[in-house]
Ligand binder design. Structure first.
Ligand code: 5GP
Ligand code: MG
Ligand code: MG
Length: 195
């Protein structure tokens, strides 16, 4: 990195720390209401959804939390179209109510892959709570039930979302400057994937 301040790599802040805290509260309280009397299994999608998961689940009642990792991006800024299971669940979800917690749904391929897997394993119900819904990016029909924000079709980072594993710890979500990932724009970083 040629810059020593992550904030300088951000073109524009889309959702502030306060906006996100409010969204987490709204979604968490809605889930608490909708799952009253049940104990759902939250399936948090590594690594991006971790911050969103912990903030949302604070507003919920009884809930278990599990982690899964699927990979479709392979380190770049455009979807490869292929989805792999990288880290599997540690529990049997047969007959359980599951809530997939995502950072962002773009093409919908990752979500569809996970939904198919959970259906195959006999989940009683499957709902999706995503911080961001990039509806314009959708390639397969994958519905998000609980949405933090509808996000425009741009590459965003922060609050869990990365570019090459960086920027996850920004407290807000913002659009990454093109020069950070486009070598023709300004020769700042190498975009070739090592994944
Ligand atoms: P999908 O399978 O829906 O195309 O992609 C889902 C995954 O792609 C997300 O969980 C996320 O890891 C990555 N992704 C999609 N759009 C963005 C984006 O704007 N910024 C970042 N950092 N990751 C994204
Ligand atoms: Mg994700
Ligand atoms: Mg990523």
């Amino acid at each position: 990195m040629t810059q020593d301040d992550m904030n300088n790599d951000i073109e524009r802040v889309l959702y502030s720390q306060e906006d996100i805290a409010q969204a987490a509260k709204r979604v968490g309280q809605q889930l608490a209401q909708d799952y009253a009397g049940r104990t759902p299994v939250i399936i948090s999608v590594l690594k991006g959804a971790v911050l969103w998961t912990v903030d949302v689940m604070r507003y919920m009642q009884y809930a278990e939390v599990e982690f899964i990792d699927v990979s479709s991006y392979h380190g770049g800024v455009a979807s490869s179209g292929m989805v792999d299971l990288v880290v599997d669940l540690q529990t049997d979800i047969k007959d359980r109510d599951v809530i997939i917690m995502e950072d962002i749904v773009d093409t919908g391929r990752s979500l569809q892959f996970m939904k198919d897997l959970l259906v195959k394993r006999g989940a009683a119900s499957i709902k999706v709570a995503s911080l961001l819904d990039k509806k314009d990016g959708r390639v397969v029909d994958a519905k998000v039930d609980y949405i933090g924000f509808d996000v425009p079709k741009a590459f965003v980072v922060g609050y869990g979302l990365d570019y090459k594993q960086l920027y996850r710890n920004l407290p807000y979500v913002g659009i990454l400057k093109q020069e950070v990932y486009d070598p023709e724009h300004v020769n700042v970083v190498d975009v070739t994937s090592e994944h």
